[in-house]
Write a protein that binds this ligand. Structure first.
Ligand code: FES
Ligand SMILES: [Fe+2]
Length: 355
């Protein structure tokens, strides 16, 4: 049995995953949803189950911005109302209505609201200007992890793991000595790490344009928002500057997680470069994201999945995890999420008792 925060924007898909002419099925918080675009090109989401004989609507097709059931051809609009019955006199039965979910397209992403639709305020979507398709080339990718989504949050908020899990690509043997710092502003958690005098792997150094043998100071600064969306800026400067962040160059890496089920997680990751870099920016965004896919797929995913198998159905806190200094941000994020879920459940209980 698992519970989720409902009144929050979850990532449902990259914008390009839902073209104008094809529906996309996706399970979110254990609910089967179909995403498609209406006649204006706006993204829409419905429960992926026709109210007639319960065929998945996602097996159907998009006709004039409505989704047509593959079985007997009923059509439904983005608000879930049946718009066409091709049978008999074409009368539309009153109950021919599918649950619809608010969806917003912003920052290269389709965001879905799984909670009370009246509370779906797009102003609550955290800013991801680093993925603004107007001003940035965004290199995007996706993986499915067979692990609970908060393990993913732990993974990104505690990047001390890159030394041990990614020694051949992202790590170096100086990472564990980083200066780190955690801040919280409302429900947003910030984790900043600065490693001094690192010798980066050649393949990584080349990506930053760092000459062979040059030591660098590298920072990994992450912002977390509920439920599990993170923007990480990674920057490097030649070692030795008093404030490397002021003199170096940085690139964003975005990590977005949505529970598919209690033990599986959708993982969207991206990087970006300014549009003003022209084609070079586009090439780098695509090539950097492919470079990252390798360690994520070959090293992080197997680790997360092995953790999930070892944890099974046990409760994370009941197992009394040991806490290391690098866990501060992830623990903070888990606490914020727990508090938000508790507030949501309390207000639901209050409403129920008032009714
Ligand atoms: S199951 Fe959808 S129209 Fe019959
Ligand atoms: Fe990793």
């Amino acid at each position: 049995m698992s519970s989720y925060l409902r009144n929050v924007w979850y990532v449902a898909a990259w914008d390009h995953e839902v073209p104008i002419d094809r529906p996309l099925p996706r399970t979110i918080l254990g609910e089967r949803v179909v995403l498609f675009r209406d006649a204006e090109g706006n993204p829409r989401a419905l429960l992926d189950r026709c109210p007639h004989r319960f065929a998945p609507l996602s097996l159907g097709k998009v006709v004039d911005g409505c989704i047509q059931c593959p079985y007997h051809g009923l059509q439904f609009g983005g608000d879930g109302a049946c718009t066409r019955n091709p049978h008999g006199n074409g009368a539309i039965p009153k109950a021919a209505q599918v649950r619809s979910y608010p969806v917003v397209e912003r920052w290269s992403v389709l965001w879905i609201w799984m909670g009370d639709p009246d509370r779906a305020d797009p102003g609550l979507i955290p800013p991801f200007r680093s993925m603004d398709p107007e001003s940035r080339w965004v290199g995007k990718d996706y993986l499915l992890a067979r692990a609970e989504y908060q393990l993913e949050t732990d993974n990104i908020l505690d990047l001390s793991h890159i030394e041990f899990l990614h020694p051949g690509s992202l790590g170096s043997d100086a990472v564990k000595q980083a200066e780190s710092d955690v801040q919280q502003d409302g429900n947003t958690v910030y984790s900043r790490r600065l490693t001094r005098e690192e010798q980066l792997m050649t393949s990584l150094a080349q990506r930053y344009g760092i000459p062979e043998g040059q030591l660098v100071d590298r920072w990994l600064d992450t912002r977390w928002n509920a439920p599990a969306v993170m923007e990480l800026w990674v920057g490097v400067a030649p070692a030795g500057a008093p404030d490397p962040r002021a003199v170096g160059k940085q690139v964003p890496f975005i990590h977005l997680f949505t529970p598919e089920t209690a033990t599986t997680t959708h993982y969207w990751f991206a990087t970006s470069y300014p549009k003003r870099m022209g084609d070079e920016g586009r090439r780098r965004a695509e090539s950097d994201v492919q470079y990252l896919r390798e360690p994520f797929e070959r090293e992080d995913l197997p680790m997360l999945e092995a953790q999930q198998r070892a944890i099974g159905d046990s409760d994370f806190w009941a197992m009394k995890p040991i806490l290391l200094p690098g866990d501060a941000a992830a623990v903070r994020a888990r606490r914020v999420l727990t508090a938000l879920m508790k507030a949501e459940q309390d207000s639901k209980a209050e409403k129920a008792s008032a009714a």
